[in-house]
Write a protein that binds this ligand. Structure first.
Ligand code: SAM
Length: 452
């Protein structure tokens, strides 16, 4: 049913003005899923000796390692980790993401954040907390919306807090967001490892861990972050659940292989639900810890979280895959040279978030963006664009973001909110007894907007 709601969100969308269209490129996005296209290891594909050597020494010393440990080492080892060393995003990198495809994506998330800040009663302090900001494009598009809607924000004091494990990417983010106005901390172990200021004077801080971000009313957002966190893999066997481990291939000592642990591991003992029906399960315990922290902060200090990623509702089994040069890549081949990722289990995140917060979604990216008014935003951009190739690019990126066969149905949006956000506003007792209290404000993006 089409309902007439979210008038304030509509108004915000209309007030976001035109901005030169950021160029985008025709490349593969990394949620593309089928193992059939996996590029097999080739002769010229040189393993990263240091990462492979590091992993094989570790396995020789302590035995096979969990898939979670393998993924953590490969992606975020402080010296040789894939994220730590590379700029992997974009046409020259290994994959492309929605914020890189079109500025509209970040603009609509900017509108969502302001809408939730308004729904929470416009607190005086607003912390924007982004997890895994990549190149900084999403934050940059969000902050542009904040500048355009500055009068709406009034005197609210806004600050940006970026949780980023990669020094390489943090430098890129600092360049995009602050120009030359940022500085690294003197000591390596400082919780805030870089500080800066945007051209509009908004403070930006960088942290390695969410736990280091100061508390207070915050809107958390994460795009393609949870899928990059380490997963444990489990296999149902005749003897019960067993953890999948990574070992050295005895026949090829410079290659790795999967093995099944002969007896229960600490993870297989605690991470499998008693009523689990699948034969293979992936659990992202690290994502669970982060969601728990976010939920507790929202319950205690107010705020909301918006998580956008590819994933499922506790139904999929083997989704672990690698990405290199916009192609699927064998996860155990050339460790450190390719991105590793696994679909997010939103059911697991909802369970870990617990009862202290309300969860909405997941809903498809297509539905979320359409509810947020992507169609009318596109019309404005197209109306104001006379250059044929830019128009073509706009239409192609719109298609990539929303078409169900592209990213439209594969990516999902999921949100954590304070319970009070969804409660009916209280009416004064004793007055207007026959009147129902007004409906709660709808959550933008998760409810269809009427533009009538
Ligand atoms: C797949 S990229 C997505 C980047 C960006 N959000 C986008 O959509 O374009 C994952 C991001 O998360 C960061 N990251 C990965 N693991 C992390 C961790 N454990 N802690 C903090 N950041 C992490 C990476 O460095 C990178 O910035």
């Amino acid at each position: 049913m089409r309902v007439c709601v979210g008038v304030r969100t509509q108004q915000l969308i209309h007030r976001v003005s035109i901005h030169p269209v950021r160029p985008s490129a025709a490349v593969r996005w990394r949620a593309a899923q089928t193992r059939l296209f996996c590029s097999p290891p080739t002769e010229e594909e040189k393993p990263r000796p240091s990462m492979l050597r590091h992993l094989t020494s570790k396995i020789k010393a302590t035995g096979p390692i969990t898939v979670a440990e393998y993924m953590r080492e490969v992606l975020t080892n402080p010296v040789t980790g894939y994220y730590v060393r590379n700029n992997m995003l974009g046409p020259e990198g290994d994959f492309i993401t929605s914020p890189e495809i079109s500025q509209i994506f970040g603009e609509l998330i900017g509108v969502w954040i302001i809408s939730e800040w308004m729904g929470a009663g416009q607190p005086k302090q607003l912390k924007l907390v982004e997890l895994g900001p990549g190149k900084g494009s999403l934050a940059s598009d969000i902050l542009r919306v904040f500048s355009q809607l500055r009068p709406v924000l009034g005197k609210a004091s806004v600050s940006l807090h970026l949780v980023e494990v990669s020094p390489t990417l943090s430098r890129l983010q600092a360049q995009i967001l602050t120009g030359n106005c940022s500085q690294e901390a003197d000591a390596e172990d400082e919780p805030v490892y870089r500080r800066g200021e945007t051209a509009a004077g908004l403070p930006v801080s960088w942290y390695r861990r969410l736990a280091d971000v100061p508390t207070g009313f915050s809107i958390f957002y994460a795009h393609e972050f949870f899928d990059a966190l380490p997963i444990h893999k489990f296999q149902r066997t005749e003897k019960g659940w067993r953890e999948v481990m990574v070992d050295i291939d005895p026949e090829k000592p410079d290659q790795l292989r999967f093995v099944v642990a002969p007896s229960p591991t600490p993870a297989s003992s605690v991470l499998i639900q008693a009523d689990e029906r699948r034969s293979h399960v992936e659990v992202c315990a690290e994502g669970g810890v982060i969601i728990h922290q976010i939920a507790q902060r929202i319950a205690g200090d107010g705020g909301a979280a918006l998580i956008a990623d590819y994933g499922h509702n506790g139904t999929k089994m083997d989704t672990f895959r690698g990405f290199k040069d916009h192609q699927l890549h064998d996860v155990l081949s050339s460790p450190g040279s390719a991105d590793l990722t696994a679909d997010v289990d939103f059911n697991y995140l909802r369970r870990i978030a617990g009862r202290d917060v309300a969860c909405v979604g997941p809903i498809s990216q297509r539905t979320f963006l359409k509810n947020m008014g992507i169609d009318s935003r596109m019309q404005v951009l197209l109306r104001n664009c006379s250059d044929a190739s830019t128009r073509k690019q706009l239409i192609s990126s719109y298609n990539m973001l929303t078409n169900p066969t592209e990213m439209g149905d594969r990516f999902h949006f999921f949100s954590l909110l304070q319970h009070s956000r969804l409660a009916r506003p209280k009416t004064v007792q004793g007055l207007n007894m026959d009147k129902k209290s007004p409906a709660p404000l709808p959550v933008a993006g998760f409810t269809e907007l009427s533009f009538s």
